[in-house]
Design a protein around this ligand. Structure first.
Ligand SMILES: [Zn+2]
Ligand SMILES: [Zn+2]
Length: 386
């Protein structure tokens, strides 16, 4: 496959995927598209893990370890603001995180590897549903991904706006944070706003709670550790001259250290209960869910990807801070050694980073990313450079 033809084909795939975004666990057209391409390459993709997941194994022409490469396939419930020809044709859905690009890069690599077989061992190309919020990676693992597709190492690439086009950031350990989702309801007693002494005001209690929660990171978490507590929803009241019965809040919490997560879970509850007690209202709901665990690279495998990328002539940053965003590849990295790396998407247009309605994947990464996958296939961790 010549370079420019390969690029043009990946670009067409990427633009088709961008036009046909599908949300988590609904990636039916996407899954059909991916499987059809893999079959064209002469592969026999396995389908159905986590509903829409696709896995294609490719065996090289000499013995070696087995590697798993992951691309995510799902889009987001965002109304696209772009007006270019490949804009979303699915109302209210958009590839605003570049998973269209990740899927196309891995398809491009699969085509090259299937045609040449010029690599040691085996590569499992994993096309995963539902990276956004619904933990498609965990569902695939729960459904036996690693039993069906045993492997020695796992890797994923994610485009990264703000990092120069084609530049990598490879972290030795923490890359992405863990999450906690917390829903709370404060129940008071509604009354006429001119007669507050006849009621119990949940809005005042909720307001105090928002402020008090900000003391957690500032005063209780070890300053050498990292955490974020954000109240992202606060709903109360309908009527201009009435104090409502209740207020609801959603709190989004991020951290790396599991002990910090436990501390935040306990102390948010203590503070919410304490403020409600002091305010004479009731904490009638405290629904705390631990979300994705933090994503930790394995240092040896991170160093290996960095070496492979450098040998490709790509600049690699090794000292970049992690992100407080989260990623379900964390579940795979809990099971197997490997690395999750950022591939620079170029300078973010003003305000058009990941999950922005004006975002678009940078097509220049298609060649860079697929060639990096091929290079990694040709040189697995623990084998000498050839
Ligand atoms: Zn995303
Ligand atoms: Zn993403």
């Amino acid at each position: 496959m010549s370079g420019s033809n390969a690029f043009e084909e990946m670009r067409q795939w990427r633009h088709w995927l961008h036009q046909h975004p599908e949300l988590a666990f609904e990636e039916h057209q996407t899954s059909d598209f991916v499987a059809a391409r893999l079959e064209e390459f002469g592969l026999a993709p396995h389908r159905g893990l986590a509903h829409t997941g696709v896995v294609a194994s490719i065996t090289g022409n000499r013995p070696g370890p087995t590697q798993l490469f992951r691309a995510d396939m799902d889009a987001l419930p965002i109304i696209e603001a772009n007006d270019f020809a490949h804009r979303s044709q699915h109302a209210g859905k958009m590839h605003a995180c570049g998973h269209d690009g990740h899927t196309s890069m891995l398809l491009g690599a699969a085509k090259t590897l299937a045609a040449s077989r010029d690599f040691p061992g085996t590569v499992h190309c994993l096309f995963q549903p539902a990276e956004e919020r619904l933990a498609g990676a965990k569902v695939m693992l729960d459904e036996g991904l690693l039993e069906r597709f045993p492997c020695d190492a796992v890797y994923a690439m994610h485009n990264w706006p703000g990092l120069a086009t084609g530049e990598l950031a490879v972290h030795d350990s923490a890359v992405m944070a863990a999450t906690i989702h917390l829903n709370m309801t404060i129940t008071g007693h509604g009354c006429h706003s001119a007669m507050p002494h006849l009621g119990r005001d949940p809005i005042l209690a909720a307001s105090q709670l928002v402020i008090a929660l900000q003391s957690l990171v500032a005063r209780e978490i070890d300053p050498a550790k990292t955490a974020v507590v954000s109240v992202t929803k606060l709903h109360a009241g309908e009527v201009e001259n009435a104090i409502p019965d209740y207020a609801t809040l959603h709190c989004d919490i991020r951290y790396f250290d599991p002990d910090v997560g436990e501390q935040l879970a306990q102390r948010t509850r203590d503070i919410a209960q304490g403020i409600c007690a002091a305010s004479g209202v009731t904490l009638s709901q405290f629904d705390l869910q631990f979300g994705y665990p933090a994503t930790f690279n394995h240092a040896d495998h991170a160093a290996h990807v960095a070496q492979v990328a450098s040998a490709q002539g790509l600049p690699v940053q090794r000292d970049r801070y992690p992100s407080m965003a989260a990623e379900d590849f964390s579940y795979l990295l809990q099971q197997r050694p490997g690395a999750y790396v950022w591939l620079g998407n170029g300078p973010a247009q003003t305000g058009a980073g990941l999950h922005n309605p004006g975002y678009d994947f940078n097509d220049k990464l298609l060649t860079i990313g697929s060639q990096l996958w091929v290079a990694l296939a040709q040189r697995p961790h623990g084998t000498a450079a050839t």
